[in-house]
Every structure is written in C-alpha cells, then in structure tokens.
Design a protein around this ligand. Structure first.
Ligand SMILES: Cc1cc2nc3c(=O)[nH]c(=O)nc-3n(C[C@H](O)[C@H](O)[C@H](O)COP(=O)(O)OP(=O)(O)OC[C@H]3O[C@@H](n4cnc5c(N)ncnc54)[C@H](O)[C@@H]3O)c2cc1C
Length: 402
C-alpha cells in the first residue's frame, strides 16, 4: 500500500494548482488522485477558456482578488510554459438603458479592482473592436484573454512531475476511513494512505466532503453549459470576444461569443439544469443524481424564485431548440444565421447551493481535522486557479502546523 503525506483528490486546475503550490512550499510528499484516465476531463477542460480580469466582481471579494491576480499570473505562466494564449480583450455589449447603466456600475467596480476598461458609446467605436456586434454602448476590457485550459492543466501536471508529485490517473476515491495514522483511501486502483487529504473533486466535492462529515447544508447542483461552434467561413463574425451585459441577479454570464486560441469561435454556454453531474448530453440522465437534486430543499427554494424559474425555462428551451439559442446569439451579432452554428461540446458547472436556496458565489473551502475541502470553485475558477491554489496551500500548511 502506498503512503503520502498529502493526497489531493481531483486532477482539475484547482487540484493540480494546490498540489503544485504545496510541493513548492514544503518538503511534504504530495500525490494527486484523478478518477479519469486524463486530466481536466470535467470543468477544467470543458469551459470557455477565458481569463476574466475581474471587472465584474464585488470589490473586496475573494473572487475579485483572485481574478485580477489570476489573470496577470496566468498570462505570465502561459508565456513561460508555452501554453497557448491570446490577449484578445472582451467587449461587453449593452442593448438598452438598464444594461448601459449596469455597464457604468461595472466600470466603477473594475476601477476599484484595478482593472482597466473603456466605455464606448459610439457605434463606430464598437465597430472598431467588433465590426459585426451591435449595441447602444459597450464596455471594453483589454485585459481579458483566451487560454487553452486543457494544455494549462497538463502544464501544471508537468510541474508536478518536476517537483516529485505522484499522479494517479484512472483512480477514483470511493471510500475514506480514518485510523490512528491518518486516512485510508479506498480507490478503484487499491488502497492509498494519506496523512492529510485535500478534496478538490469539483462536481463531486460535496460527496467526498460528506465522507469526512463536512459540508452539511450545502449541495452541488450541476448546471450544464452547451456550446455551438461558428462554421469556419463565418468566423469573421467575432474577431475577439463578445459578451452580453450580465444580469447582476444571476450567477452565469449569458450566451457569448469567444474566439479560442485555436482560432475556432464558440458560442455559449447556456445554463440548464443537468440531469446528472456528468450528464453532458441533453438526453443523458443519472436517475440517482437527478433525484438527489430534485429532493434537495436548497434547490427547491432556489426554484421558488419566479425569476430563476423563468430563466430556467428559457435556458431549457435554448438547450432543446436551436432557434432559441441562435436568437440569444443574434442579440449580440445580428448578422449571424442559424446555419452559421453547429453543435459543439458541453461543460457542467458545479454550483454550490445552500439549504436556503442561495447560490454560493465566492470560492469556499473548509478544514476538518487533517483534511481541507474545496466546496466551491465556481467560475471564473480557471482564472483564479493559481492564486486560489496558493491560498489553499497556505491554509493547508497552517492547519497542519496546528
Ligand atoms: C461551461 C463552463 C464554462 C466556464 N468558463 C470559464 C471561463 O471562461 N473562465 C474561467 O475562469 N472559468 C470558467 N469556468 C469555471 C472553471 O472551469 C471551473 O471553476 C474550474 O475548472 C474548476 O476546477 P476544479 O479543479 O475545481 O474542478 P474540475 O475541473 O471539475 O476537477 C475536479 C476533478 O476531480 C475529479 N474527481 C471527482 N471525484 C473524484 C473522486 N472521487 N476520486 C478521484 N477524482 C475525482 C474529477 O474527475 C475532476 O477531474 C467554466 C466552467 C464551465 C462548466
């Protein structure tokens, strides 16, 4: 049986980042356990790949701090390690007076967060950035960038190997038992011993936390985000990244256009309740996990909000009816036609919901004895992953010292 000082559960950007940071700051023997045969198989490899520089987050929040620092550090990291990245900048478009007023609030937030932005009111100024986008105003944030998130995680994994961290892929942690020497992890590849466990299991983080008696009154609710891809001959419709003005009451950004580092233009994601934590297709159902979501008081309370219910219905429609999806995309780029879009991949967000029905918005982790549990690493978790990994490793080392 193999033993390690610290075992990190989850080979996504958060698990790999915290393991890298732990191995850099200490002499401890660290390992990462990932249930899939590849890293970044879930959220960390199925996202928009956008570095959000922090123009839209509550000043003073952890998210704002991590997003600004994370964007800067990810750009440096990508340059040093040859991870594909493009400094495109993002254009956030307003279509009416209410949205325009919100853009102004966003600019104030951006300034407080130390993020440079420019408000554009003239159609010519908008067209200069994106000739096919329309709006009565737009906020331009030059700091946003597009990164290849899978290659980023694989680069972190190479750093792990350089620092002597063992990586067990194809190894799922099924059960955890505590004894006098630490933890025994029952995995699909046999038993592993750990003096300390860091849970960064993403969509399953609450289940893993429950093995340690952590996370009561909180549950992951999976929201699928589906993407379409713009056909190659129409990619000129989006040169960089075009976003709608976000609704401040909702956690998701709304369907947007993103130019990826490989030149493809993707459109999405929507946000529809997934009928399972890994139910990537819109006909996929995991009956046990669906029952768990529907039976959760926090989810029912969330859905009791008429606005959320309406948005949920609209999103469901966008999932099954391409026309509805295209309608959302055409609000940003009116010249786009249904034939310009083909179905692409989907990702599933691990949205933590409290028993009161609140969507947890900030990164959240909890210690329990010799273990630390990342209960919430919501978007922009990719952008935040380097500072969040450092923050977590400091907290773990402090907890170990006690
Ligand atoms: C559709 C979508 C779009 C997004 N867009 C952006 C964006 O543009 N910019 C941005 O900054 N963020 C974005 N995000 C958010 C970002 O992708 C996530 O916040 C981040 O990837 C979370 O990383 P993670 O390591 O916590 O989770 P994950 O990447 O999900 O990693 C968790 C890992 O744990 C493994 N695991 C689970 N259970 C076990 C077990 N029992 N044993 C072993 N392994 C286990 C899983 O297989 C998985 O690989 C987006 C997310 C989604 C879904």
């Amino acid at each position: 049986m193999t033993a390690h000082d610290i075992v990190v559960v989850g080979g996504g950007c958060v698990g790999c980042s915290v393991a890298r940071s732990l191995a850099s700051k200490s002499d401890l023997d660290v390992a990462v356990v990932e249930k899939e045969h590849h890293l970044a198989a879930h959220q960390s490899g199925r996202n928009s790949g956008v570095l959000h520089p922090g123009f839209n987050y509550e000043p003073g929040s952890l998210k704002a701090r991590f997003a600004t620092e994370g964007t800067r550090r990810m750009k440096e990291y990508a340059a040093e390690h040859g991870v594909p990245i493009e400094d495109f900048g993002v254009l956030v478009v307003a279509r009416n007076d209410r949205e325009e007023a919100h853009l102004e609030t966003m600019q104030e937030r951006a300034t407080e967060n130390g993020v440079g932005t420019e408000l554009l009111y003239e159609p010519d100024a908008i067209a200069e950035h994106e000739p096919h986008a329309t709006g009565q105003a737009a906020l331009y944030a030059p700091g946003a960038a597009s990164i290849d998130s899978q290659q980023y995680v694989y680069s972190l994994a190479r750093d792990l190997a350089d620092r002597g961290v063992d990586l067990y892929t194809g190894t799922r942690v099924d059960d955890v038992r505590r004894d006098l020497d630490g933890f025994r992890l029952d995995t699909t590849s046999g038993e592993l011993r750990a003096g300390y466990v860091v849970n960064a299991a993403g969509l399953h983080a609450d289940h893993v936390a429950a093995e340690f008696g952590v996370g009561e009154g909180l549950q992951v609710v999976p929201f699928r985000g589906e993407y379409y891809e713009v056909v190659p001959e129409r990619r000129h419709l989006c040169e960089t990244m075009i976003y709608p003005t976000p609704d401040p009451d909702l956690p998701f950004l709304g369907v947007h256009f993103t130019r990826r580092t490989d030149g493809k233009v993707i459109v999405g994601p929507n946000a529809v309740l997934a009928f399972g934590r890994e139910a990537y297709g819109n006909t996929d159902v995991n009956p046990r996990e669906l029952a768990e979501t529907l039976g959760y008081r926090g989810f029912r309370r969330l859905m009791a909000d008429p606005k959320i219910l309406k948005v949920g219905w609209d999103e469901l429609n966008r999932s099954y009816r391409k026309g509805k999806f295209v309608e959302a995309a055409r609000r940003l780029v009116p010249g786009a036609e249904a034939d310009d879009f083909t179905r692409s991949y989907a990702g599933i967000r691990a949205q933590l919901v409290s028993e009161d029905g609140d969507l947890v918005k900030d990164p959240l982790f909890e210690h329990a004895g010799d273990s630390t549990h990342v209960l919430n690493a919501v978007s922009p978790g990719l952008t935040c992953s380097l500072p969040f990994g450092d923050h977590l490793s400091d907290a773990v080392l402090e907890n170990l010292d006690r």
